[in-house]
Write a new protein. Sequence first.
Length: 137
Amino acid sequence: MERATRPAERHGRQEGRAFRTRSLACWQKMAIMPIIPILAMTTLSMTTLSVVRPAAETAAPKIEACLSDRDMREEIEEHRVVQPIVAFRAAGTGEKIRAKLCKTETGLVYLITALGHDGHVSRVFVDAVSGLRVGAR
């Protein structure tokens, strides 16, 4: 009589492997379902961010020459230009590889080399004084 008091046997179900497997499969589906919309939104936002460019962005400025590492450090220490991390943030999405401080006809710009999520290498120009993105190629 004690065996008949177990919940699975009271309702005519067998307690065994098939019952547990079905429950596990249902649980796994329910656990993954909330993640799918989040992944879709994340992928969509990353794609959108990599394509959208500011409206004020012009053509890539013509570079006359790039400063040496010593000259670049001197400009940063004298607070004539923003820190390279500010330029990295302004450059947008993707993995940043290198930042160079270069002279153009309009002044100093950071030339940021970035590797996009799709594997494409791009060069982004950020104004060294204001820290705003001014062009890309």
